[in-house]
Design a protein around this ligand. Structure first.
Ligand code: NAD
Length: 467
């Protein structure tokens, strides 16, 4: 594999140290990544700051044209990126292809947008105009479950808005981000985007730095709270996309045979390491046994293997820490519920967990209350829909949710009562570059994607002129 380099001030440079990246399907070292020290991080922030005046002064269409080129370049190398993503992240190649394709679409979407001034009021005596100003240096901090999508969701709107960027992937999935940095280095002026890699030791320096104007962060709620605390010193702008515990509510008119495969994918895609998934299922008592049975059948039939192998449906947990956490949820499931299918790790190298369906588990079990981030799915019984809604809402999280049913008016009525940033009806994870998403409650602050996800990288200014 060609050597990986950091991108600092337009140059590809070695790291002050190195970091082994593990393939989660084999537990073998996949590559050695460059790791920045504090001085290199400072250089990256200084470069982004120095690049800001020229970059922000460029006409927006010029910035958009460069973004289009970036999208083209990524698309040209889609197969290579998808393969690398599977190797470092573990997800099946088809899911990696989807992720890179979606990243291309996001960049292309933002390349075409604009932030025109808007006349808010005009009469004989005055003219009031709203303008969007760029903010300065943006810190883009990304987790390991969707390394590329969650990166470009921040980078593309930042760059179009006129901001410059220091991007930091998670230490266990830095490789696709570093390759993306290489493309950026070829196409964009120096310093406009910088890519550093750390070992979970520079995120706090980056997100509290006085020269960083905004932190766009995706990760756990616990880390998000630290980022928010650290932002207070200079009142940084924040977008926080944090944890979730999305409920799926099945109304009593669903067809169990039709709905079960969709729910199963919603719960186990990316080995359940999905922020917007189905993490606890509320099923009407009249269909409870049949749904559990169907889900169990699907779990037993699913192909769990190395994401590079053709036919693999579920890959490994992304890293050892997450694997250990998933095992603790299996233990909780064994103690507090009844396992319908799965329940074990695969007896082989790699961080593999059998997709696991758990029934007759109480609402206060860890597997129900916490974000499991693994393919271990609790199925809960309800008899009264108001009770199901109350239980779904009884969570500190509020990222997303799904409602499944044939009576669309009733499904909409239920969706309207769910306290989350997104609710899908009879589908899931239908994300699109032009539709914003974001968390309610402790699942986050602000939105990404859509026009909202662009405006979030700007400061609104009002120019109020007397005539
Ligand atoms: P994490 O919070 O441990 O790490 C996320 C990123 O923050 C990493 O790059 C990490 O190095 C960095 N970081 C660590 N300490 C930091 C600090 N003090 N200051 C700034 N940055 C710091 O999260 P994770 O385990 O990598 O990701 C899983 C979590 O991400 C889950 O909770 C999941 O729900 C959440 N997530 C949310 C969304 C969303 O859109 N809401 C999307 C994907 C994942």
């Amino acid at each position: 594999m060609k050597e990986f380099k950091l991108l600092i001030n337009g140059k590809l440079v070695s790291g002050a140290a190195r970091l082994d990246v593990i393939n989660p399907a084999t537990e073998q070292v996949l590559a050695s990544a460059p790791r920045a020290d504090r001085a290199q991080l400072e250089e990256a922030i200084a470069a982004a700051k120095a690049a800001f005046p020229d970059w922000s002064a460029k006409p927006v269409r010029e910035r958009g044209a460069l973004l289009s080129k970036l999208a083209d370049a990524l698309e040209e190398r889609q197969d290579e990126f998808a393969r690398l993503l599977t190797l470092e992240q573990g997800k099946p190649l088809s899911e990696a292809q989807w992720e890179i394709g979606f990243a291309v679409r996001i960049i292309r979407h933002y390349a075409t947008l604009d932030l025109p001034n808007k006349v808010l009021k005009e009469d004989a005596t005055q003219k009031v105009v709203r303008q969007h100003m760029p903010l300065g240096v943006v810190a883009a901090i990304v987790p390991w479950n969707f390394p590329m999508v969650l990166l470009v969701i921040k980078v593309a709107p930042s760059l179009l808005a006129g901001d410059t960027v220091v991007a930091k992937p998670a230490p266990t999935t830095p490789l696709t981000t570093l390759r993306f940095g290489e493309i950026c280095g070829e196409l964009l002026p120096e310093g406009v985007i910088n890519v550093i890699v750390d070992h979970n030791d520079l995120g706090d320096v980056l997100s509290t730095h006085a020269n960083v104007a905004k932190v766009a962060f995706t990760g756990s709620t616990a880390t998000g709270k630290k980022v928010m605390g650290g932002a207070a010193g200079t009142l940084k702008r924040l977008t926080l996309e944090l944890g979730g515990n999305d409920a799926a509510i099945l109304l009593d008119d669903v067809d169990p045979i039709e709905v079960a495969p969709k729910l199963f994918v919603a719960a186990t895609m990316n080995a359940g390491q999905l922020c917007l998934g189905a993490k606890r299922l509320y099923v009407h008592e009249s269909q409870y046994d049949q749904i559990c049975q169907e889900l169990g059948r699907l779990a037993r039939a699913s192909v769990v293997d190395d994401g590079l192998k053709q036919g693999t449906e579920i890959g490994p947990m992304q890293n050892k820490a997450q694997f250990e956490k998933a095992k603790s949820f299996l233990e909780d499931a064994r103690q507090n519920g009844k396992i319908v299918a799965g329940g074990e790790v695969l007896g082989r190298k790699g961080y593999f967990i059998q997709p696991t369906i758990v029934r007759d588990i109480s609402d206060d079990a860890r597997l129900v209350r916490e974000e499991q981030f693994s393919p271990i799915v609790p199925v809960l019984r309800y008899s009264d829909i108001d009770d199901a809604i109350a239980r779904a809402n009884n969570s500190e999280y509020g990222l997303a949710g799904t409602v499944w049913g044939k009576d669309l008016d009733r499904a909409f009525w239920v969706a309207a009562k769910i306290e989350t940033g997104t609710v899908w009806i009879n589908k899931f994870l239908d994300v699109s570059p032009d539709i914003p998403y974001g968390g309610a409650k402790q699942s986050g602050i602000g939105m990404e994607l859509g026009l909202e996800g662009l405006e979030a990288f700007t400061q609104i200014k009002i120019i109020n002129m007397a005539k």
